[in-house]
Design a protein around this ligand. Structure first.
Ligand code: PRP
Length: 182
């Protein structure tokens, strides 16, 4: 998986099979919890595009998919919590049940900002589904309603997560073991 550079510097953390198995469980749980109610799946770009695509197929509800582009100001590895919306919702979400889909919760600053943003748009309910959570880096506690995996404080890449904007397309989640260059 990945090119020679990737294989030299990245170790597998979760295989595509492990990721898909966990997503099937999350999808079944979400399907049960919302009991046939319509749901807005809110994919936070860019990192969540792959997770949201697979999660959507694992949920058996009348689903609407929306996209929100965000960019956090900060250096390459830490977010500052100041979030810029680069692509806004195409439709309003007032009075609707919204599930925010994130690839990773690191400091929690991005999700804290997004929760407030979506609540301010008068959604009926706002819940969070995150594939990965790195509790060691928490700055802002956010309550994750549906969580794929809890991970150590490591630099993860693949399955939507980038390394200097590359390798989002790798179908596994890997840990960068020698993070020089990209
Ligand atoms: C990642 C991820 C979250 C955020 C989490 O996005 O998708 O949105 O960081 O970090 P936090 O909990 O510390 O706020 P990133 O800024 O890397 O952008 P991307 O999704 O476009 O890769």
């Amino acid at each position: 998986m990945g090119d020679a550079w990737y294989r030299e510097k990245v170790e597998t953390l979760y295989t595509p099979e492990q990721i898909q198995a966990r997503i099937r469980e999350l999808g079944a749980q979400i399907t049960r919890d919302y009991r046939n109610r319509p749901l807005v799946l809110l994919c936070v770009l860019k990192g969540s595009f792959m997770f949201a695509a697979d999660l959507a197929r694992a949920i058996d509800l009348p689903l609407r998919v929306e996209f929100l582009g965000v960019q956090s100001y900060g250096d390459d590895t830490t977010s500052s919590g100041v979030v810029q919306i680069t692509l806004d919702l195409a439709r309003p979400v007032d009075a609707e049940d919204v599930l925010i889909v994130e690839d990773i919760v690191d400091t929690g600053l991005t999700l804290d900002y997004l929760m407030h943003q979506i609540q301010a748009r008068n959604a009926a309910t706002v819940k969070i589904c995150a594939l990965l959570h790195k509790p060691a880096r928490t700055k802002k506690q956010v309550s994750i309603d549906y969580l794929g995996f809890t991970i150590d404080d490591v630099f993860v890449v693949g399955y939507g997560l980038d390394w200097a904007q590359k390798y989002r397309n790798v179908p596994e989640i890997g840990v960068v073991t020698s993070p020089t260059g990209g």
